[in-house]
Design a protein around this ligand. Structure first.
Ligand SMILES: CSC[C@H]1O[C@H](OP(=O)(O)O)[C@H](O)[C@@H]1O
Length: 339
């Protein structure tokens, strides 16, 4: 099953609830916009490309649910839905990209039912394209890995962060598919442990050798020569920085110190030409994500907490960005990428 998909029988969005992995594999159904927004905010569906598909399917769901009696009223409903979906998580540019691209399909429709048809078709296109994009990106990135490499990764940039295949883990899967012996060191990625819960689970499902470490161990394993390359995903890439899960910047500094190649794997849709030079909103998440793990209290219930979900890795720490169009070595020009 794909990470997120459309159910034609019930006109709803289905997804694997990632908050339950690896202890439970459960497929949930979002039949309302509110339930989709809750799923995005709670990271039941997460990861930039998967959020792109979630945003796209969210517009299709809103169109299906709308009781508008004319095109203008439906478009008003969809504009409200677009704003609501975009507001759920601010950093991953793919969420807004998926919403905007699906909304753009409206111009191809000539009547009410036509709008509902074109937005659903566009959302399905976005989902299908993501899988193909990741396979192309994976093939380009696999050439950068050598047989016998141990690759460190952070958070989860696998098929669970996408519609399927994955970006950072897509590179690893493609290298393994090409016959290379690749071992992975997965950083658990506090506070929500996407690495310890989801990356390890994904790779073990594929019989890819994976070792779990805590985030604080990354410098140690690099200093011991245990890491040949680092590959991470991205939520937004601008002219001077890669915005990715908190802790990525730390690994990039350590990789630079130990002269270890630091690769970012991301589709072109993760680049943000509209804010190429601007500052990016870093999502601040709930304090209890650090005070509790699941329902177990692990810090004083009233301790002050600072919980940014992402950090910015300067391009000078990035060896190359792997995309479906090929590998780009910083500094690169925007028009080179978007050509
Ligand atoms: C392939 S994008 C994956 C990217 O998204 C993750 O963030 P979150 O789990 O909060 O959605 C993380 O930054 C990954 O690198």
């Amino acid at each position: 099953m794909r990470t997120i998909d459309w159910n034609d029988d019930s006109n709803s969005i289905v997804m694997i609830d990632q908050t339950l992995l690896p202890m439970e594999y459960k497929v949930i159904e979002c039949k309302t916009l509110a339930s989709l927004c809750e799923a995005i905010k709670s990271l039941r569906v997460r990861g930039a490309p998967a959020l792109g598909a979630a945003g796209a399917y969210g517009i299709a769901l809103a169109a299906t649910l709308s009781s508008a009696s004319d095109m203008d009223a439906l478009i008003r409903d969809l504009n409200v839905a677009a704003k609501t979906i975009k507001a759920t998580r601010p950093t991953a540019v793919n969420l807004a990209w998926g919403v905007d691209r699906t909304m753009g399909a409206i111009s191809d429709a000539y009547d009410l039912s036509g709008i509902k048809d074109v937005v659903l078709a566009e959302a399905k296109n976005i989902a299908d394209e993501d899988v193909e994009t990741n396979k192309k990106l994976g093939k380009h990135g696999a050439k950068l890995l050598e047989d016998g490499d141990t690759v460190m990764t952070h958070c989860n940039a696998g098929k669970m962060a996408c519609v399927d295949w994955g970006t950072a883990l897509g590179v690893i899967r493609s290298a393994v598919e090409a016959g290379k012996d690749i071992k992975v060191i997965a950083c658990e990625t506090r506070p929500l442990n996407q690495g310890g819960r989801i990356t390890t689970w994904e790779l073990m499902q594929d019989n890819i050798d994976v070792t779990l470490i805590s985030d604080s161990m990354s410098g140690h394993v690099m200093s011991k020569g245990m890491v040949d390359k680092v590959i991470v995903g991205a939520d937004r890439i601008t002219g001077d920085a890669v915005f990715n899960k908190i802790g990525t910047y730390t690994h990039s500094v350590l990789a630079r110190e130990h002269e270890i190649p630091f690769f970012v794997a991301a589709p072109i849709s993760t680049f943000d030409p509209n804010n190429w030079e601007d500052t990016v909103t870093i999502e601040q998440r709930d304090a209890n994500e650090l005070r509790f793990f699941k329902d177990v209290q692990i810090a004083p219930a009233d301790v002050k907490v600072y919980n940014p979900a992402f950090d910015a890795t300067p391009m000078e720490n990035v060896t190359a960005v792997i995309t479906e169009k090929g590998v780009f070595y910083p500094p690169f020009l925007l028009d080179e990428l978007l050509a």
